[in-house]
Design a protein around this ligand. Structure first.
Ligand SMILES: [Zn+2]
Length: 394
């Protein structure tokens, strides 16, 4: 059994140990030491990294049979080794984890919202609460938690038997037997936990809730403590600064400025659509003047550059308002839209004509006898239009 030095001294960064066994874990070399300061992934807290006599520790695993594996990039020389944990990573985990105890206790004490689970990720941590809360309630718990942080209360490690613990008023009853390791945030929270924590709440720095979302009938609370809160603040500051520069407004006016831009954008799009419609009508009138006789109808078969499918439909419909007229219009690749429209009295089925054209020239489409449209033609427009003339003449 490995002596877990972090249980009693979470501030221990370097230690001497002996290799008692070597093995492999998922194809990589792994060491078992007689004692270690390396924390293995458990209880929502990720593993430590660092070195063992120069070998890099890339994972630390608590196995089901109680062994503690240091997965390394190579085996160190000799059995007497020196371990060193990456303190920046570890201290960050300690800030987040202790912050979680304080925040969970605040939700529990002031709002009766129990923490169902905790996850400490690479960028942020989350707790899942058993019930939904209003934004004001979340802000209240956040304020109470920070009050405890700034009171700089001691955070101590205690040990008690499972039977003793029952009478001690743990925030959450433990399912473990035997000796429990308890984390005591003075006069605020007592929880059974095997993780690593800071020695005083002041070292958490700050607890900032960055987001909440409803989750499984409760509330998932995302939060940042200490150094992560500063990193998060900087990211928000830079984002806001970029927005402020782009829109030339004060930070507090950003939401209103964005709403104004959106509203202006909608109005401009409406105007463009209106103008396009009117322009398309003019285009339709101009094209109708170039109609030729074909099988007793007046045919406009044209390739039009710079119009989308909706505009082609407007132009074709405009042409087909004239008695006896049929329009076959083809747009630009790569969309290569096609529209076939006919006047009410023209004896041609637009949908049938379109179907025959896409059969010959690729693409797809459909519609009604008076108006059909499609796209994705793979032949040159001139070939498609020639086919249309041939089909109408036959
Ligand atoms: Zn803990």
């Amino acid at each position: 059994m490995t002596e877990r030095l972090y249980y009693t001294d979470p501030y221990l960064r370097e230690f001497d140990a002996n290799v008692v066994d070597t093995t492999t874990h998922e194809g990589k070399a792994a060491l078992i030491l007689d004692r270690t300061a390396f924390y293995p992934t458990s209880g929502g807290q990720p593993f430590d990294v660092g070195t063992v006599s120069g070998a890099r520790v890339i994972d630390v695993v608590d196995t089901e049979d109680g062994r503690l594996l240091h997965v390394v990039d190579r085996l160190p020389d000799g059995d007497a080794v020196k371990g060193a944990i990456d303190w920046t990573r570890r201290f960050d985990h300690m800030q987040q984890h202790t912050g979680q105890h304080v925040l969970s206790a605040a939700f529990d004490r002031f709002l009766g919202a129990r923490t169902e689970s905790f996850h400490l990720g690479a960028d942020y941590a989350t707790i899942d609460l058993g019930r939904d809360l209003s934004a004001a309630d979340v802000a209240r718990a956040e304020a109470e938690a920070n009050r405890v942080v700034w009171e700089d209360r001691p955070v101590t490690i205690r040990f008690a038997s499972a039977e003793e613990a029952v009478t001690m008023g743990l925030r959450k009853e433990s399912k473990r037997d035997g000796t429990l390791r308890l984390i005591d945030v003075q006069d605020f929270d007592l929880s059974a936990c095997g993780g690593t924590h800071v020695a005083r709440t002041g070292a958490i720095g700050i607890i900032a809730v960055s987001a909440t979302e409803r989750f499984k009938g409760g509330l998932r609370v995302t939060f940042l403590c200490g150094g992560r809160a500063l990193i998060g603040f900087r990211a928000l500051r830079d984002t806001v600064a970029a927005g402020v520069r782009a829109l030339s407004v004060l930070p507090a006016d950003l939401p209103a400025a964005i709403e104004r831009l959106q509203s202006e954008g909608r109005e401009v799009r409406r105007q463009v659509k209106d103008l396009q419609g009117r322009l398309a009508s003019h285009e339709g009138d101009a094209l109708a003047a170039s109609a030729v006789d074909a099988a007793g109808m007046r045919l406009v078969a044209a390739a039009l550059a710079g119009w989308d499918a909706a505009a082609l439909k407007t132009i074709a419909s405009r042409i087909a308002e004239r008695p006896g007229h049929v329009a076959v219009l083809v747009g630009d690749p790569p969309a290569s839209p096609i529209v076939v429209a006919r006047a009410a009295d023209a004896r041609v089925d637009a949908a049938s004509l379109l179907r025959q054209l896409v059969q010959r020239h690729g693409g797809k489409g459909g519609g009604r006898p008076e108006l059909a449209q499609g796209g994705g033609l793979t032949s040159p427009a001139a070939d498609v239009l020639q086919s249309a003339r041939d089909l109408l003449d036959s």
